[in-house]
Design a protein around this ligand. Structure first.
Ligand code: MG
Length: 403
């Protein structure tokens, strides 16, 4: 039987996360005969209920709007792919990077950021709702799969990577995992990489999705240098290229440019800084995984463009408003009568109300609502409010081509 070490990548840099020096799991478990600890984390995430739900959760476009748009699941897979490429190049722990990427969005509500903002405002009197903290809550507490503990009992390093940002107030309640948000420390390099892989993935796939939906045009996007240069290059090199392949080649060129910049610049930074180990990385004065200034500017320009033109596009905002209505109506209904939730959630809400008052009940309701997929939330709305949500009607009118 191969040893744990043989299951790791052949060459890990000194600054990579190593499970033998890791901070371990909250509940001690015997090691597996042939799977590494971070591999087990990844496998637990893939087998979780929350992971399967990601397929029906909105990234930008509501799932009903078409079959080809990214969902939280395909987004997470693209993030993991980018992070694994970077991890290999930099000698980081690829399995760890993959695990944290696959789990980073597990706490997302239905309907993307609109759903998260709506739930956060519903929860304002009781401590608010942060999707990133919720991702940690899913893996730490909400998954019910093991006899001896709640949650997935993941390693500290995977949990550290999942918690990308956190308010100081919540960080104080989290103990060791929240400390870096209070002390301005950094997570390990795999987590830093996963964080930027997330940004690279959504900035670039949202160009593809936005063009597909007809909410953006190549002409409008030409004001973004990163897009324009690749678009022009591909068109000049392949004058007869089809429109679908032109978009794909452009996005492919953009991703390649920013990922290459990221890994080469980070490799140089690591070479100079020579952190002795992951703890030296955590204590270092700055993040060691980063773009060059020029690429950071180019990438940021794309992000600003998408913020202004795609995420605030009239059609996206229409969906956003509908989504907020659905989430608010569901939350209010479950607060009013816990028995409108399935029995297991009603029992939990009543128990938490006894121990934690109204805040306890609200947290149980928030967990239930946050766990919903788009379609589950729409069905619940139709059942409890008594009419089909407009969001569904509207989406039916907007079918994309299966080209
Ligand atoms: Mg993400």
């Amino acid at each position: 039987m191969p040893s744990d070490q043989a299951q790791q990548q052949p060459v890990l840099a000194p600054w990579a996360a190593r499970e033998n020096d890791g901070r371990g799991r909250a509940h001690a478990e015997a090691s597996h005969p042939y799977r590494s600890e971070y591999q087990r984390d990844r496998d637990r995430i893939i087998h979780s209920t929350a992971f399967r739900r990601l397929v029906y959760k909105t990234q930008v476009f509501v799932n009903h709007e078409g079959d080809h748009y990214r969902t939280r699941l395909t987004h997470s897979l693209e993030v993991a792919q980018i992070a694994r490429t970077g991890a290999q190049y930099l000698g980081l722990n690829e399995q760890l990077a993959e695990a944290m990427c696959l789990a980073h969005d597990l706490g997302h509500t239905p309907f993307g950021h609109a759903g998260q903002d709506a739930l956060n405002s519903c929860m304002t009197p009781w401590g608010g709702f942060e999707h990133n903290l919720q991702s940690l809550r899913v893996v730490d507490e909400l998954e019910e799969r093991y006899a001896d503990f709640n949650g997935l009992n993941l390693t500290y390093e995977t949990r550290e990577g999942i918690l990308k940002h956190c308010s100081k107030r919540n960080a104080r309640d989290l103990g060791e995992i929240g400390r870096r948000f209070l002390e301005r420390g950094h997570p390990g390099l795999e987590a830093q990489l996963a964080n930027l892989a997330d940004e690279i993935a959504y900035n670039n796939h949202d160009v593809d999705d936005g063009l597909r939906a007809g909410l953006l045009t190549a002409d409008e996007l030409s004001e973004v240098d990163l897009f324009n240069e690749h678009w022009t290059r591909v068109r000049d090199q392949h004058p007869k290229i089809g429109s679908r392949a032109l978009i794909h080649e452009t996005v492919r060129g953009m991703i390649n440019e920013v990922v290459t910049d990221l890994v080469e610049h980070s490799a140089q930074a690591l070479d100079q800084a020579q952190p002795a180990d992951i703890d030296a990385v955590r204590r270092h004065s700055r993040r060691l995984i980063s773009f060059t200034r020029n690429t950071a500017t180019r990438h940021r320009a794309l992000k600003s463009f998408l913020n202004a033109r795609l995420y605030r596009h009239e059609r996206v905002l229409e969906m956003t408003h509908e989504a907020i209505r659905v989430v608010e109506a569901l939350f209010a209904r479950f607060m009013e009568d816990v028995h409108t939730m399935p029995a297991s959630h009603a029992v939990k809400a009543k128990a938490w109300r006894e121990t934690g008052g109204e805040a306890g009940q609200a947290r149980a309701v928030a967990d239930y609502v946050a766990g919903m997929t788009d379609r589950y939330a729409l069905a619940a709305y139709a059942r409890l409010v008594g009419r089909p949500p407009e969001i569904e009607m509207r989406a039916k009118l907007m079918k994309e081509d299966h080209d």
